[in-house]
Design a protein around this ligand. Structure first.
Ligand SMILES: [Zn+2]
Length: 169
């Protein structure tokens, strides 16, 4: 079984900034070499047309790693989702598709909402995954509950920076 690693952020009460967002100065039109998101107009966007245009002059492209890919690389997550039960494994592929589609839809809202490792434990009838945003973890839980009922629980860390979503059926 893979190591399951999640940390809460160390934040000061007045620190509202995401350390991963502010750690690096990004330049306009920087391209993430991992996910191909582009930093444009002070935000990260997923824009295939813009990407194609930039690739016409590959020597001018400046590559970087976006905050979300850095979070995934360093196992820094804000949401943990744990799913459990026999029903889950009877509908495993469907539910995994629902999870992937939830991530894809979240992309339109914020391309930094992403899923890290997905750990499937057949013996324990458990699927665990981590997300780079608390919001995405909650969306996944709510979408599964909406589609398949079951029992959904949410809990937050003391500093509200890590959400744990538990669903069982
Ligand atoms: Zn990226």
């Amino acid at each position: 079984m893979r190591r399951y690693n999640a940390r809460t952020k160390k934040v000061q009460p007045d620190d509202l900034k995401d350390p991963y967002m502010s750690a690096i100065e990004y330049k306009d039109m920087d391209v993430c070499r991992v996910c191909r998101n582009i930093y444009h107009n002070k935000r990260w966007v997923k824009d295939n047309d813009l990407f194609e245009r930039l690739m016409k002059k590959p020597e001018k492209v400046s590559y970087t790693v976006c905050p979300s890919c850095r979070k995934i690389e360093t196992h820094y997550f804000e949401g943990i989702v744990e799913l459990k039960g026999d029903f889950l494994f009877e509908h495993k592929d469907e539910i995994l598709n629902l999870i992937k589609n939830t991530e894809k839809r979240a992309d339109y809202i914020n391309p930094l909402y992403r899923i890290g490792d997905i750990e499937i434990d057949e013996k324990d009838k458990t699927i665990r995954l981590a997300t780079t945003s608390a919001d995405l973890a909650q969306r996944i839980g709510k979408n599964i509950e909406k589609a398949y009922e079951g029992v959904l629980g949410l809990s937050f860390s003391d500093d509200n920076k890590l959400v744990r979503v538990h669903w069982e059926r």
